[in-house]
Design a protein around this ligand. Structure first.
Ligand code: APR
Ligand code: ZN
Length: 242
């Protein structure tokens, strides 16, 4: 959004927001590394790698089927809703990238969500490369709607695979004024490096997180607290142009 003279208003900052599992925690979805997190009950090397899928596809499919089913019983929270409000105000000056594979940003009203780790509600056919919206189970090898083969897997990025949208994310980090990280431990690359790229490009950086993360000391500012409190308050600040 620009004024008539083409200059950007102070409140028209370009913002890149990265979210992690912490933004969905208060909706009732487990994070990975907090107490009771997903990686406490499952070894990621057994349920979230291509090798694990080759070894025991049903075990891996079941892990994602359970998480896909859980989506039906949770709702977006005030943090998701605040980010949707921010998109409504900033339009394309907001680039939202999430490590999460849930659909809570979309269900809160965000329309441009970049899922760098893929999505639970999508399946990918390894025979014909078709990607389809998917809400059912994948255990039992349902046929691909495109080619009919029993080659569907969750359209999520496993350890050792290349995340989605990396070029676009890098471009957004280069073009933005502000990089904001919400609800992530900052332990998994390449997302954990985004703050370094932003700083390398001379951008301001802000972290909104319940606990200190691995990268907290790298941010210009790091606020502690639950996302449902911090995110709406921060969005109000941005929209007030402060
Ligand atoms: N509000 C804000 N932050 C929270 C909240 C909350 N209510 N609850 C937890 N957090 C923070 C924790 O302090 C922690 O820093 O969210 C972070 C969750 O960290 P992880 O469980 O490691 O999740 P995430 O950072 O998203 O993991 C990144 O690792 O295993 C892979 O693919 C998986 O996308 C995932 C990636
Ligand atoms: Zn197919």
């Amino acid at each position: 959004m620009r004024t008539a003279s083409g200059r950007r208003r102070a409140s028209d900052v370009r913002i890149v927001v990265l979210t992690g599992a912490g933004v969905s925690a208060e909706s009732g979805l487990a994070t990975f590394r907090d107490a009771g997190g997903l990686w406490e009950g499952h070894d990621p090397m057994v349920v979230a790698t291509p090798e694990a899928f080759a070894e025991d596809p049903d075990l891996v499919q079941r892990f994602y089927d359970e998480r896909r089913q859980a989506l039906a019983s949770v709702r977006p929270n005030a943090a998701h809703e605040a980010l949707a409000r921010l998109e409504a105000a900033l339009g394309r000056d907001l680039y939202l990238v999430t490590q999460n594979i849930d659909d809570l940003h979309e269900r809160a009203g965000s329309t441009r969500v970049h899922h760098m780790h893929g999505r639970l509600r999508a399946a990918w056919c390894t025979a014909c490369d078709e990607r389809v919206e998917w809400t059912q189970g994948l255990v039992g090898r349902p046929p691909c709607p495109g080619c009919g083969s029993a080659s569907l897997r969750p359209d999520v990025v496993w350890f050792g695979e290349v995340p989605y949208d990396m070029d676009a994310i890098e471009e957004a980090l280069w073009a933005c004024d502000l990089f904001v990280s919400i609800g992530t431990s900052g332990l998994v690359y390449p997302a954990a490096a985004f703050v370094h790229h932003a700083i390398g490009h001379g951008k301001r950086t802000l972290e909104l997180n319940l606990d200190a993360s691995d990268g907290s000391s790298d941010f210009h500012e790091s606020r502690r607290g639950p996302a449902t409190a911090l995110v709406p308050a921060w969005v109000d600040e941005v929209l007030a142009g402060r």
